[in-house]
Design a protein around this ligand. Structure first.
Ligand SMILES: *Cc1c(COP(=O)(O)O)cnc(C)c1O
Length: 429
């Protein structure tokens, strides 16, 4: 679909249907199971792909395939099947890498997101008395905050001295790039690590990862990114930007099922650095000699050396189905183009009809992905509005203290749903 100028948008169901008719990706919706409104056969308006993506039909098939192989082959499934379990994670590398702009040797699916942040900080946070600080947002996702705080304590430092918290300016919701860069400049001598999100979970703001990476490299500071809300949502170039490491979960925009195995990126410049400390396990050991079991660790010369354990194949099968669905849509680039249109259309409808009643704290243009974070400005409390739209068949989410997050996903949401959603929200406020 070509980009349609937001100037010509119309607040009208016929216009939305025209946008859908022109959407080259509209058939992708059929690749998913869409939940139904309670007691009906009508599709829910599902705007919660930022929290748990919907189930791709391919994922259901691939999980079933592996259950059957286990029934039929037992332990031989590790080696004797079309997609043997031993190297199964390798099937995911190419598509995962292309989603985040990495080389296939730089991305692997393993563990969970928070576990990956910890394991990567074991390697990439080596504080000294001079350089011991970690830069993180004041309003980071709690798990990231806890992980950073506990790593600092683990090394014998005090989070009160060693955590630098980035805050938006008074009266503002989002971080300004200039302020982030200024803090990096000011604290450079003491910063050991910068740990920031690609997309902020509460506001939906996309951070300027390239400029942050440039600043980090300029000062010789390690940069780690949490891409939980960025992977499968926006385009990235982790390799070219020179990001040191990153981690993300696969159950949000990557649609791989609740608690599914996470992914991580380590830049190839670190792959053969034998000095890096790390917590090791047998799955990180050189594949050709892993089963010699001689207790001399020989790391694989890729990001795979950070793996600990043989992974949950049922989860990898779900990820494989989801990544193949992304590939079938042509990858992240056409999806991002549709996403910009879809979210711009939603923003247009909200501004056109509910400007007085509903605020949007998510920044405009390239500083947002799928998600818009809405605040309710009427007498009615935000939580009551949220409850009312949920009752009317919308699934989205409420985040304390005061935000309704709505995230149209370009793989399965339609322009028509944007009008339906705003109709429902208008009644609710
Ligand atoms: C969703 C999310 C998490 C969740 O962590 P898990 O380890 O997968 O439970 C962590 N950090 C951020 C920024 C998130 O958005």
């Amino acid at each position: 679909m070509g980009l349609i100028d937001t100037q010509v948008f119309e607040d009208d169901m016929g216009f939305a249907q025209m946008l859908d008719a022109n959407d080259a990706l509209r058939h992708m919706r059929d690749a998913f199971y869409i939940p139904k409104m309670k007691g009906t056969s009508k599709d829910e308006i599902y705007l919660c792909g930022n929290s748990l993506g919907l189930q791709p039909k391919l994922s259901a098939k691939y999980v079933k395939d592996e259950l059957i192989k286990w029934q039929q082959l037992g332990v031989k499934g590790h080696f004797e099947s079309e997609f043997p379990w031993m190297p199964y994670h390798e099937l995911l590398a190419e598509s995962s890498a292309s989603l985040v702009g990495a080389k296939t040797t730089e991305v692997v699916c393993m563990n969970s997101l928070t576990a990956n942040l910890h394991f990567l900080m074991v390697s990439f946070y080596q504080p000294t008395d001079k350089k011991h600080k970690i830069l993180i947002e004041d309003h980071a996702f709690p798990s990231d905050h806890y992980a950073v705080e506990s790593q600092i304590k683990f090394h014998g430092y005090d989070p009160a001295d060693s955590m630098v918290l980035l805050k938006p300016r008074q009266g503002e919701d989002c971080l300004r790039t200039a302020d982030i860069l200024q803090t990096i400049d000011e604290q450079a001598d003491e910063l050991a690590l910068i740990m920031l999100p690609g997309v902020q979970y509460y506001t939906g703001q996309v951070l300027d990862m390239q400029q942050i990476a440039d600043a980090a490299q300029h000062h010789g500071i390690t940069l780690g990114l949490d891409l939980a809300h960025a992977a499968g949502n926006i385009e990235m170039s982790l390799h070219d930007w020179g990001v040191d490491f990153a981690a993300w979960c696969t159950y949000k925009y990557l649609n791989s099922g609740p608690g599914s195995i996470a992914a991580c990126f380590v830049h190839e410049k670190h792959h053969d650095n034998a000095e890096l400390p790390r917590f090791t396990g047998w799955w990180g050991h050189d594949k050709s000699t892993r089963f010699k079991m001689d207790n001399t660790f020989v790391p694989i010369q890729t990001v795979e050396s950070w793996q600990l354990s043989n992974p949950t194949i049922l989860s990898l099968a779900a990820i494989r189905g989801s990544l193949e669905t992304f590939d079938n849509a042509g990858g992240i680039s056409p999806l991002r183009n549709k996403s910009k249109q879809l979210t711009a259309y939603l923003r247009f409808l909200l501004n056109n009809r509910l400007k007085e009643q509903v605020g949007i704290i998510t920044p405009d243009d390239d500083l947002s992905g799928c998600q818009l974070s809405l605040t309710i400005k009427t007498e009615k409390p935000g939580k009551a509005v949220f409850d009312a739209i949920e009752a009317a068949g919308v699934t989205c989410d409420w985040r304390e203290p005061n935000v309704i997050r709505v995230a149209p996903a370009p793989l399965y949401n339609s322009f028509e749903e944007m009008v339906q959603f705003v109709d429902i929200l208008e009644k609710a406020v």
